[in-house]
Ligand binder design. Structure first.
Ligand code: S3P
Length: 173
């Protein structure tokens, strides 16, 4: 049947490589609402890639943009909003998200995340001498914060995107 009207924006949170963008886009399509992505909004507004923004203006600048973009998008009509992996860390962001949206943590094991990010060069935070150790450190520091999300759905690396969407919809019900 037709999906019930969405009253709150569904905000996808979790580590880089968890599948926030892929699952978020498919979820939006299934729900018949727009899909928005805070990283893409920031890149489009700056006309620069995320690595370029980090390099030119620094992480603090990026975080500031990220908070502004998320705040603005949450004021619009209900949609699915995918956020960058660091977006749920700032308390002010978590508060905005919990006031205006429902947060879904896409939870994945470190090995799954690493396999998804290891061949890409799009994450400035992983441009370190030992990106695998960096990813593990970020993961360990962030899990306690992600666990404050309203809902949690496991992303195990074997489940298809459509099955992930089924799980998110079941969790939202
Ligand atoms: C970041 C994750 C990235 C992007 C930026 C910082 C993070 O988004 O926002 O590189 O702090 O984890 P994805 O989670 O979509 O990779």
């Amino acid at each position: 049947g037709r999906a019930a009207a969405l009253h709150k924006t569904v905000v996808m949170v979790g580590m880089m490589g968890a599948g926030k963008t892929a699952v978020g886009r498919a979820l939006a399509q299934r729900l018949g609402v727009p899909f928005l992505d805070s990283d893409a909004e920031i890149e489009n507004a700056a006309n620069m890639s995320i690595p370029e923004i980090f390099e030119r203006d620094g992480e603090a600048f990026f975080r500031d943009r990220e908070s502004q973009v998320i705040g603005r998008l949450l004021k619009g009509a209900p949609c699915v909003l995918s956020t960058g992996g660091g977006a749920f860390l700032a308390e002010a962001n978590r508060r905005m998200i919990s006031e205006r949206g429902v947060s879904v943590w896409l939870k994945a094991d470190l090995s799954v995340l690493w396999n998804r990010v290891r061949h890409k060069d799009t994450r400035p935070l992983l441009r370190t001498a030992d990106p695998r150790a960096t990813l593990r450190a970020l993961y360990e520091a962030r899990v306690p914060l992600y666990s404050e999300a309203d809902l949690c759905v496991i992303s195990d690396g074997e489940t298809s995107i459509e099955q992930m969407v089924d799980r998110v919809i079941a969790a939202l019900a």
